[in-house]
Design a protein around this ligand. Sequence first.
Ligand code: LMR
Length: 338
Amino acid sequence: MTRLIPLCAAVIGLAAAFSTTAVMAADPVVIKFSHVVAENTPKGQMANKFKELVAEKTGGSVVVEVYPNSQLFGDDKVLEAMLLGDVQIAAPALSKFSRYTDVLALYDLPFLFKDLDAVDRFQQSEQGQMMLDAISKKGLIGLGYLHNGMKQLSSSKPLRVPDDASGLKFRIMSSEVLEAQFKAVDAAPLKKPFSEVFTLLQTKAIDGQENTWSNIYSKKFFEVQPYITESNHGLLDYMVVTSKEFWGGLPDEQRAQVKEAMDEALAFGNQVARDKAVEDKQLIAESGRTEIIELTDEERTLWVEAMKPVWKQFEKEIGADLIDSAYRSNDTGSVAAN
Ligand code: LMR
């Protein structure tokens, strides 16, 4: 009996060791995907689709955890957190990379792209694709672009001509170009996190903000802003990023499966973006909570004339050739020619 006890203990110990190894071998790779918007937005839906596709393609050996609504990190912290290994995928707006690179500021230039088709032509061009590498020196990899859409101006006052914005406080993303854009119409821009915008508007700490129909709808900005000017004056798009360390550490097969899932999720999200720009505008209009102001051609021209000088201001940092190529993508004949 006394000899049996150590024998049993040894057998149990051995079994435990084996089962731990088995569990360890089966432990899935976890990808934390952190973002700041609601789930019923292009980015929210893309992230959820990515999670589904990764599960399917990797047979569960990679698990995606999606954290929407700034639950895990705001965009001001997420890239640092990524470099520390606390999050593996994020998709900040292109306006939020200024600490990492100058060139992505291109996408913030007011009235640069006339619509998402032009944006697609530029992003799919050689120059557009090269810009995904703009952050590689900082240890980050751009996995692809995702659309949200064209931005509109919401405000406590009707904005028909640039003078109407004079003296008003607008929340902006952390971008020098956006700062210059609002200064160009004598407004006061304030860089604030997305998670604070609703409260800032509700408490009237600020007068207005610029965003897409889907963000204005999903975050209820339209409930606290009596006017929205359909200005389509700028673009809100994203770069999906991961860290070189995480990406390089994935076995080749898994990396290929995850990349395939990402490409499919991006195609899906880009279609959601196009649909939501129409649907969410309609829902806002039907709510009766806000007035949507359509600009006449003459009024729109005044906004273009007031804001376009910002291009010159940033020409050195961004590159005159790049600005020119991006602008030429408005021409339907320019298919990925750059
Ligand atoms: C914003 O801060 O307004 C946007 O970048 C939010 C988002 O991710 O669409």
